[in-house]
Design a protein. Structure first.
Ligand code: URA
Length: 233
């Protein structure tokens, strides 16, 4: 892999910045100053530094975003997308949101460039659990809770079994393994209520990091990354 590609994929610099940094003698590969960014290196084994700091390249990048309201979960849209909340370098790295949250839904959204694993994590056959905290407009009771858990008609489809915990008659947590369009909104509508707040708090083995404010992101830890990879096996 070319050195400038390595640096841009590691989100350390753009390719043109890399060329300038190399000319200025700010880049080393395996301890040797390299002034030409077109050299090819082995990304798996090379030790690259920029301004004395190690630049770590990974084949795939995974970040957790705490999605705010008002952003569309896609890479392209006429309105604001979740990619607008992330560094420009992420687009060049082919990062994209793994799945969709509605524009008014908040919470955990995985952003990655690992297309194959993202595809597997989203496959309905894999039953990856997604947990959402909800607030609804009209109170529901034990009957409605049980119906939601068993499966309700969401318009030509009976929702798969889910788990619902009611904290109050108008709030709680729901765990689903499907990901149909407006799934949870349609489920609550089917039992006579409407969603007024929806926040994803978990996706497979990942739990929303509450230290992230709305619109903030962080890289997954090694443990989270390993758990995610295991969930996609
Ligand atoms: N279900 C919904 O209705 N909306 C979301 O954003 C996610 C699940």
């Amino acid at each position: 892999m070319r050195l400038d590609k390595y640096l841009s994929e590691a989100a350390a610099s753009s390719r043109s910045e890399a060329a300038r940094a190399a000319r200025a003698g700010r880049i080393t590969v395996d301890g040797v100053t390299v002034r030409d960014c077109s050299v090819h290196i082995d990304p798996e084994s090379a030790e690259v530094t920029l301004d004395g700091k190690r630049v770590l390249w990974r084949r795939f990048t995974y970040v957790m975003l705490n999605k705010p309201k008002g952003y569309v979960s896609s890479t392209e849209d006429s309105g604001r997308t979740v990619m607008d909340l992330l560094p420009d370098a992420f687009k060049k790295m082919n990062m994209f949101p793994c799945g969709r949250l509605d524009v008014d839904t908040t919470g955990l959204l995985l952003i990655t460039n690992d297309g194959e694993r993202a595809h597997r994590l989203l496959s309905p056959a894999r039953h990856v659990a997604k947990i959402y905290a909800f607030v609804i407009t009209d109170p529901i009771g034990e009957d409605e809770r049980a119906r939601l858990e068993q499966g309700v008609d969401i318009g030509g489809h009976i929702s798969a079994p889910s788990t619902v915990r009611l904290d109050t008659p108008t709030s709680g947590e729901i765990t689903i393994t499907e990901g149909k369009f407006h799934q949870i909104k349609r489920m609550f509508h089917a039992v006579g209520s409407e969603i007024s707040e929806l926040e994803r708090v978990a996706f497979g083995p990942l739990t929303l990091d509450r230290s992230l404010g709305h619109g903030e992101y962080r890289y997954l830890t090694d443990e989270e990354e390993a758990a995610l990879i295991a969930a996609a096996e």
